[in-house]
Design a protein around this ligand. Structure first.
Ligand SMILES: [Zn+2]
Length: 374
């Protein structure tokens, strides 16, 4: 492959220099438009999927009429950054790295997939039916896109996700599951001076919950709870009739998580204080991605490819979730981290390791060729 870093960065820049945080639909549409053009040039079939408030997803296939998908690839078009970020810090680069919102999470991953596909001979590609799905809401737990992704995945034999490789070059074979809940407390307001005894404090009930939820954490099994956001109360002189917690749960063991889900729901039936009602709703859920026997086969294809290219392949189990969790939970062999190397995700320190771009395109290309010739 003739790889020109300058040309790559020229293609990357318009994908970075657009505010496209989740739900910033105009930016997502810009990114989708750029990607659509690139896949059109490849001659692939492109379907825009309407995902409501989140904007659109792209479903791109080389063989739109194939019954089964030999290889599904997944990537996301959104970032975690609010509007205005690009004006503050557009894409820049130095000798070693490129910087900017989403540079490694995961605009360069999306571009690496395209570069790998461009570099594969047509007669090799012709042996595989490939579907690339790009969603607009991964960073909020794929709330709008998971149904679509799962329905495409149900036809797929295996899945590769091109999120960035870890800073040390490792790929990802396991990811913790996650769930997010809104827990709301409704009490009764009363004047704090005149009749506090007639009030029922939603905040007091919430305080009991905060501590009880902390108690549920089990660092040994890795099921952990974080009371990440609390809100409530209208003024210091009013007994508060409303409060809310947003809880984030992470886990390796999907069954242990299901038990915790039941536990939280049952807790709402027995509030700690009288005359308080508690309601709970799950705002996001991604099951843990745990490798199966079939995943091990896919891993060995990646390892062989790495061997041939002189790229050391190491595997990591990581705490953060991705769309790989969704497909892995369906029992489909799934690996992640097939993008270039990067780090500092979700912060202004985010970087993309320039020297990793070409080798990781080659790695992805080689893996796809091996799957085609298998
Ligand atoms: Zn990502």
């Amino acid at each position: 492959m003739n790889f020109a870093l300058d040309a790559y960065l020229d293609e990357l820049r318009p994908l970075i220099d657009v505010d496209c945080g989740t739900l910033t639909v105009s930016g997502i549409e810009t990114v989708a438009g750029i990607l659509t053009e690139k896949y059109q040039q490849l001659g692939w079939n492109i379907k825009q999927v309407d995902l409501g408030e989140a904007g659109c997803g792209l479903e791109v296939r080389n063989k739109p009429d194939a019954e089964q998908i030999d290889l599904m690839m997944v990537g996301h078009m959104d970032t975690v950054f609010p509007e205005g970020t690009v004006a503050e810090r557009p894409m820049t680069f130095d000798d070693k790295c490129a910087y900017g919102p989403g540079v490694s999470d995961m605009k360069s991953g999306l571009l690496n997939v395209i570069y790998a596909l461009r570099a594969i001979d047509e007669d090799v590609l012709d042996k595989l039916s490939i579907c690339v799905c790009m969603n607009p809401d991964e960073e909020i737990g794929s709330t709008y896109s998971h149904g679509w992704l799962e329905s495409v995945a149900s036809e797929a034999k295996q899945v590769l996700v091109a999120e960035a490789a870890r800073a040390d070059g490792s790929l990802v074979k396991a990811r913790k599951g996650m769930a997010r809940y809104d827990i709301e407390f409704h009490g009764k307001a009363a004047h704090a001076g005149n009749e506090p005894e007639n009030g029922r404090s939603a905040i007091t009930e919430m305080a009991h919950w905060l501590l009880a939820i902390n108690e549920l954490t089990n660092f040994e099994t890795g099921t952990t709870f974080n009371n990440g956001v609390v809100s409530g109360g209208a003024g210091a002189n009013i007994v508060p009739d409303y409060a809310k917690i947003v809880v984030d749960i992470r886990f390796w063991d999907n069954r242990e998580y299901e038990a915790m889900d039941e536990k939280l729901k049952s807790m709402t039936e027995t509030p700690f204080t009288k005359d308080i009602t508690v309601s709970i709703s799950r705002a996001a859920h991604k099951p843990a991605m745990v490798p199966s026997d079939k995943t091990v086969n896919l891993m060995s294809v990646v390892e062989e490819s790495g061997n041939e290219l002189g790229i050391e392949i190491n595997w990591k189990e990581v705490g953060g979730g991705s769309d790989a969790n969704l497909t892995a939970a369906m029992g489909i062999p799934t690996l992640d981290g097939l993008g270039p190397i990067g780090g500092g995700f979700h912060s202004s320190d985010e970087y993309l390791d320039l020297s990793s771009i070409e080798p990781r395109i080659n790695l992805l290309k080689t893996v796809i060729c091996k799957l085609a010739n298998a």
